[in-house]
Design a protein around this ligand. Structure first.
Ligand SMILES: *Cc1c(COP(=O)(O)O)cnc(C)c1O
Length: 397
């Protein structure tokens, strides 16, 4: 069966929510993917910042196989060893926000948007309902997460959305202060805005957000669904001097197995009472075993340091053409601002030459490759990049 034949069957069987798929993929290994016509690609998108360990990593295979052949699903009437261990590991990755005895607690979900739904419900337990979110923010597609997502194209067809949300310009602490009142349940921010094209706020912004939230008696909720679990070369993108009340994670946590989590720190870890929230699949043994394998492999393979080095190398490579005005981001989450509206053409030209990346806007590219990306992978991309961009320019001209 050729890629085109699969595409035709896709169009006949799947809802058209995504537009036509760019490729029919059949196999992956490390940072490489192969399509149904046997062509090879270097994966610089990582399933949108998900495939932390790349494709078919032996540690993830082993953990998932072992868990699924032992105990695959049990519901939350019961618990399992991986669920408890992963919750402890996540809390342990936030030592500054969760000193011994501070009472941090975790709730597991199956996705980023569900982690944010759970966090949103938690904020209602403060007795307040007002939320402050940022322009450019992306928090997911379910109704609650969508209410916190700024983009009109995503929101408008589904209004009215729940809640009472004020949007403020991202990175503007004065605007955040002005919008936050004693009615505010939480301030919700991405430490780096991912879907907006990898937008980094000014130095000190999150610390100011922390101070503003504290002053108003509101929670500080950081959405690290895209930035968390090593993506930026640290376990989390917020620094240790910013102690959030809530951190949501998902994408990279399961390395491709669906899992998300709300990490509630301090008193925020104890806002849910029995019966307040639930999930059938959330925290299931297989997903938690995958999460443990990801965290342990990042540690064992020294991937945090490697991400910093690879990110620098990739940033230099991307910047090496005049069409790239600047590269923003940290570690292996990079956004490239182009001087022309050629980002979709660059993505197409890259795909033709065997490289997968993503356009977040007409002149903005995103790179979120597997954390296991090698020096040779980046070198191969660096060689091809000028040709990719000039091909895209020619089509444009
Ligand atoms: C991707 C993303 C989400 C939504 O996650 P899903 O798993 O797609 O529901 C939420 N917040 C941020 C910051 C994201 O990048």
């Amino acid at each position: 069966m050729t890629g085109q034949q699969w595409q035709d069957r896709y169009a006949g069987a799947l809802m058209n929510a995504f537009g036509p798929p760019k490729l029919v993929l059949t196999r992956g290994e490390g940072a490489r993917l192969w399509d149904a016509d046997g062509r090879e690609y270097l994966d610089l998108l990582g399933g949108i910042a998900v495939n932390a360990l790349g494709h078919a990593h032996p540690a993830l295979l082993e953990a998932v196989n072992r868990q699924l052949s032992t105990l695959g699903h049990i519901s939350n009437f019961f618990t399992s060893e991986p669920q408890v261990e992963l919750a402890e590991r996540l809390l342990g990755l936030l030592p500054a926000s969760n000193p011994a005895g501070a009472g941090g607690r975790v709730f597991f979900t199956n996705s980023g948007t569900e982690a944010n739904e759970a966090a949103l419900k938690l904020t209602r337990r403060t007795g307040r309902t007002h939320l402050v979110a940022a322009e450019g923010a992306f928090h997911g597609r379910t109704m609650g997460s969508l209410a916190l997502t700024a983009k009109a194209a995503y929101r408008t067809p589904f209004e009215p959305l729940p809640g009472h949300v004020t949007f403020v310009p991202y990175g503007d602490a004065a605007a955040l202060r002005a919008a936050t009142t004693d009615q505010t349940a939480a301030i919700v921010l991405e430490p780096i805005q991912g879907e907006a094209g990898v937008v980094v706020p000014p130095e000190g912004y999150l610390a100011e957000a922390r101070a503003i939230a504290t002053q108003a008696g509101a929670l500080l909720w950081l959405d690290e669904v895209q930035t968390g679990i090593g993506r930026t070369g640290e376990w989390f993108a917020h620094s240790a001097d910013v102690a959030p009340d809530l951190v949501t994670v998902a994408k990279g946590l399961g390395g491709g197995i669906p899992i998300g989590a709300v990490i509630g720190l301090g008193d925020a870890g104890r806002l849910f009472e029995p019966g307040n929230h639930g999930t059938t699949f959330g925290g299931n043994p297989v997903a938690c075993a995958a999460g443990l394998a990801v965290v342990e492999t990042i540690e064992k393979e020294g991937l945090l340091e490697q991400v910093v080095r690879r990110g620098r190398q990739l940033g230099v490579a991307v910047s090496a053409v005049p069409e790239v005005e600047r590269v923003e981001g940290r570690g292996l989450l990079l956004g490239a601002q182009l001087s022309d509206e050629i980002a979709p053409r660059v993505v197409a030209a890259a795909q033709e030459r065997g490289f997968l990346l993503n356009a977040t806007g007409p002149s903005r590219l995103r790179f979120a490759p597997p954390l296991v990306l090698t020096e040779q992978d980046v070198a191969q991309f660096a060689d091809a990049w000028p040709g990719i961009v000039s091909a895209a320019q020619e089509v444009h001209a």
